[in-house]
Design a protein around this ligand. Structure first.
Ligand code: B4P
Length: 190
């Protein structure tokens, strides 16, 4: 199985690149952000709990997102592999993902980490905010909080995967196709 963690700060291009990778490698896309926004749109209890947390730019509790990923893994027993987009975001999530995959006799193949500077992230997210209406993309203070959450709780996961010799850092500035080519080059060598 090919199991990729697509990693990077908010606005790095994880969602954008995931859409290309799932086509090319026939993988299932698991985006915790998309799943949470789906719950909010459907007005479920989980969505109601997540809405205000996401609008502040904070992370949703580990227990909630780990449960979501666990049920998506169970729902796709014959998958060729998965792209984890926006998950894991904390050490507890990374450990839970390792044990969920281990139970299924598989593991993470590689973490691909997109490198983009803060100025470019802010520009991309404010731009998307104008079109998508996403509350967490409209306000520069909320974007700053998301970047802060990333630096404090999520970026250290690069060490977690590096210690397992599974980290590849990829330049995330350039055209969408150029970045896709860089990611493909790493995956094709696995
Ligand atoms: P996510 O949905 O994961 O949102 P994101 O990190 O902001 O977006 P993404 O990174 O996918 O966007 P992309 O770069 O593709 O999370 C939102 C919130 O959900 C979190 O703040 C948190 O509250 C919650 N959450 C999600 N997962 C969680 C978890 N595991 N644990 C706890 N909480 C969780 O795109 C950004 C923009 O850049 C787009 O407009 C795109 O068109 C543009 N872009 C992409 N590539 C580009 C390029 N090469 N050049 C120029 N622009 C580009």
């Amino acid at each position: 199985m090919l199991n990729i963690v697509l990693f990077g700060p908010p606005g790095a291009g994880k969602g954008t690149q995931s859409n290309l990778l799932i086509e090319k490698y026939n993988l299932i896309h698991l985006s915790t952000g998309d799943i949470l926004r789906g719950e909010i749109a459907a007005g479920t209890q989980l969505g109601l709990e997540a809405k205000s947390i996401m609008e502040r730019g904070d992370l949703v509790p580990d227990k909630v997102v780990i449960g979501m990923i666990s049920s998506k893994l169970d729902a796709n027993p014959n998958a060729n592999g998965f792209i984890f987009d926006g998950f894991p975001r904390t050490a507890a999530q990374a450990q839970a993902l390792d044990s969920l995959l281990n139970e299924k006799g598989t593991s993470i193949s590689r973490m691909l980490s997109l490198k983009v500077d803060d100025q470019e992230l802010i520009k991309r997210l404010l731009n998307r905010g104008k079109e998508s209406g996403r509350a967490d993309d409209k306000d520069e203070n909320i974007i700053a909080n998301r970047i802060n959450e990333y630096n404090n709780k999520t970026a250290p996961l690069k060490d977690y995967y590096s210690l397992q010799d599974k980290l590849s850092e990829v330049e995330g500035i350039g055209s969408v196709q150029d970045i896709a080519n860089r990611l493909n080059e790493v995956i094709d060598k696995l």
